[in-house]
Design a protein around this ligand. Structure first.
Ligand SMILES: Nc1ncnc2c1ncn2[C@@H]1O[C@H](COP(=O)(O)OP(=O)(O)O)[C@@H](O)[C@H]1O
Ligand SMILES: [Mg+2]
Length: 343
């Protein structure tokens, strides 16, 4: 049950569940007299602490002061950033941004607009000094995820998918062992979950980033690697052999380069970062196939194990596809940034 909207002085408004919301937070669209006045969300407290709202308030204030459009936390009538209900539920109200969500990139113009918005957002935060209240450890520790897969293969020898996962694990670890790319990157504020559905559009423009719970100190290879492996996967994440679309990459990077401030090492880390995140996700899904632990599986694919194995194969194929196009992708970046081409 949603808390009373009177808590936010909106007693004459109604909250309706958003059917196409994400998997993490529960979202309700709040309307008054037919006009959208906010988005009410129940924070997923298995993943985030309520103090994450102090981070969101500070970040949104900072980017708004630099002229960016952004959702803001609407304080409660008591002046709090969030409301804790009697059942322990943590609720927040965000101001609305944009009028369109994209779930899969089909238009290059959307990728270009989204890339430019992400660059503006990164640049706006380049002078943001903040100690995050919400800190989640080691989300992209690739060696740790590789070791986790090795351990799972050694442990779950009796699992029905063991032979298949073991073979895939060999491909993944060989891919990772032969991966090369810059590793010492400067730290900056990252969004942390730049899937395209976390970019809100308004007509042709990308207007604002939402879903800000994952903001953190991080590095650009992780940030853009994760974004581009999903934006450029024009197939689905539930496909065994998707490919990485260079045209989407070019459009996104044209947008990003139009407003970015990056070091040469950061530019050089984007394409390898993309490949790396694919290997890493492949390792995580392959491990989950044996441990059957992923929470968002779809029963249409058989068991959790089968679904995760399919996803692992998909990410491994994507990694190989990025590697095969690395020379071309890096030549594009060299053209956009005036740097040296490695092809
Ligand atoms: N401030 C906002 N303005 C417009 N739409 C929003 C806003 N916040 C959330 N939404 C809508 O709710 C959906 C889910 O919100 P999001 O914060 O991305 O949660 P999740 O973590 O579950 O993905 C978004 O895809 C978007 O459609
Ligand atoms: Mg989201």
């Amino acid at each position: 049950m949603t808390p009373s909207l009177a808590l936010w002085s909106l007693s004459d408004a109604v909250a309706e569940s958003l059917p196409d919301g994400g998997l993490i937070n529960e979202t309700f669209r709040v309307t008054r007299a037919g006009e959208v006045v906010g988005f009410l969300q129940r924070l997923n407290t298995r993943i985030f602490v309520p103090e994450v709202h102090e981070d969101i308030a500070a970040i949104t204030e900072h980017v708004a002061a630099r002229g960016l459009h952004t959702p803001r936390l609407a304080p409660t009538a008591e002046g709090r950033l969030w409301h804790t209900a009697d059942d322990g539920g943590v609720w927040r109200l965000l101001t609305p941004v944009g009028d369109r969500t994209v779930h899969r990139v089909t238009e290059l113009s959307d990728a270009r607009a989204a890339g430019a918005l992400v660059a503006r957002w990164h640049s706006a935060l380049s002078d943001f000094a903040w100690s995050f209240r919400s800190v989640r450890a080691g989300a992209h520790d690739t060696p740790k995820h590789m070791a986790g897969l090795r351990d799972a293969v050694a442990t779950h020898v009796g699992h029905r998918l063991h032979a298949e996962v073991e073979e895939l694990a060999r491909t993944i670890s060989a891919g990772w062992r032969s991966w090369t790319g810059p590793t010492e990157l400067p730290t900056r504020v990252i969004h942390g979950d730049l899937k395209i559905s976390n970019v809100r559009f308004s007509g042709p423009d990308a207007t604002a980033l939402i879903d800000l719970d994952t903001c953190a100190w991080g590095t650009l290879d992780v940030e853009l690697g994760d974004a581009l492996r999903s934006w450029c996967n024009r197939g689905s994440e539930d496909m065994a052999s998707p490919s990485w679309d260079l045209d989407v990459f070019v459009a996104a990077m044209e947008g990003y380069a139009s407003a970015a401030r990056c070091t040469p090492t950061e530019w050089a880390a984007i394409v390898p970062g993309c490949e790396r995140i694919c290997w890493e996700l492949a390792a995580r899904f392959a491990r989950d196939a044996l441990e059957e632990s992923y929470f968002g599986f779809d029963p249409a694919f058989g068991g959790r194990g089968e679904h995760n194995l399919l996803r692992a194969r998909g990410q491994a194929a994507l990694a190989a596809s990025v590697r095969a196009q690395r020379g071309e992708a890096e030549a594009v970046l060299a053209r956009l940034t005036g740097g040296p081409s490695r092809t």
